[in-house]
Design a protein around this ligand. Structure first.
Ligand SMILES: C[S@@+](CC[C@H](N)C(=O)[O-])C[C@H]1O[C@@H](n2cnc3c(N)ncnc32)[C@H](O)[C@@H]1O
Length: 305
């Protein structure tokens, strides 16, 4: 590969390179979790960060590398794959960028963040125009190890942060497949009411929270006609993606609910076709969040359509 061929780069989340490689057009090489393409950047779902139009330039020294990056823009984050010490020394000469874990709920970082890497000892690949505002696309939060019963709540933290919207005090949310209760815990912490539906019972400490109600059974049996308007519909149900699509589409079409966060879970190969169908619902975004495993998150707001 000639470095000059690189037109875009895509960073995979740890353990998810194969899903990303299945999506990126014009792959010419990989560099750790970073995938290089000879084609302009497109919005692929499994990338944690997409580097648009990266520049390739030679550097004579550590100081020269830092100087050339600063000439492009202020804020940079390193993706380090090789020559780790040299890369770190360059990064240390760049303006400090805070990577402190976020306290949920929170705003998005106010400034863009560029990404760079060393292709060899004397060559930098750098993009000032990246899809994520977070260091290497990793959205990290101060964790609560007492309240929620599992770490699934971090997915909802991340989705609501990216949406820059969350359930408000007094609003009503349906939480499908909500046991053991992490998402319900997030919703009630925000002051909203939540009805959790699951075949399994949530943890007793979640059931005892004042704004949480629980109904045992099949979440997909819930129909819009059975409810007054619902402010948020959340689903983390383990099910076939088609089943979720059918159910969520019925709710969107009913107009009964304006905000959705649903996890699309895959068994085996990811189904890119189903993800496209979710994206086809006007007002939708689909992403592989930093806290997602072998799954994608569908986010919908009627205001986005
Ligand atoms: C990944 S867990 C949800 C974790 C939850 N969001 C949390 O934060 O604790 C998936 C849940 O889906 C539930 N589930 C699977 N099929 C279901 C269905 N048809 N209706 C309701 N719940 C279902 C399972 O019982 C399981 O508790």
């Amino acid at each position: 590969m000639e470095f000059s061929e690189i037109r875009s780069a895509y960073l995979a989340a740890e353990d998810f390179s194969s899903q990303l490689l299945g999506e990126v057009p014009g792959v010419i090489a990989t560099h750790g979790q970073l995938v290089f393409s000879s084609k302009p950047a497109v919005n692929v779902l499994w990338a944690q960060n997409i580097w648009h139009n990266p520049a390739v330039f030679s550097i004579e020294s550590i100081n020269d590398g830092a100087k050339k990056l600063k000439l492009i823009q202020r804020n940079w984050w390193l993706y380090s794959f090789q020559h780790h010490r040299r890369a770190k020394l360059i990064q240390e000469k760049l303006p400090h960028v805070s990577a402190k874990p976020l306290v949920f709920p929170c705003s998005l970082p106010p400034s863009p963040l560029g990404s760079w890497t060393l292709l060899d000892e004397n060559t930098i690949l750098a993009s000032p125009n990246c899809s994520s505002l977070f260091p290497n696309g990793e959205v990290k939060f101060i964790e609560d190890r007492q309240g929620p019963p599992s770490r699934a709540y971090l997915k909802l933290y991340e989705a609501l942060t990216l949406m820059q919207e969350h359930p408000q005090p007094g609003e009503f949310c349906v939480d499908a497949g909500g046991s053991p209760g992490g998402w319900a815990w997030v919703v009630q912490q925000l002051g909203a009411q939540v009805l959790t539906i699951d075949r399994a019972t949530p943890e007793p400490k979640i059931l005892s929270l004042p704004n949480v109600k629980f109904r045992k059974g099949d979440a997909f049996a819930l129909k819009p006609a059975d409810f007054d308007p619902v402010d948020w519909l959340l689903s983390d149900v383990v099910c076939f993606p088609n089943k979720l699509l059918e159910w969520a589409s019925m709710w969107v079409e009913s107009g009964k609910c304006g905000n959705f966060v649903c996890t699309i879970k895959f068994k085996g190969e990811p189904d890119y076709g189903i993800a496209k169908k979710f994206l086809g619902i006007r007002g939708s975004r689909v992403a592989h969040l930093h806290h997602n495993r072998h799954e994608l998150t569908w986010m919908y707001r009627s205001h986005w359509s």
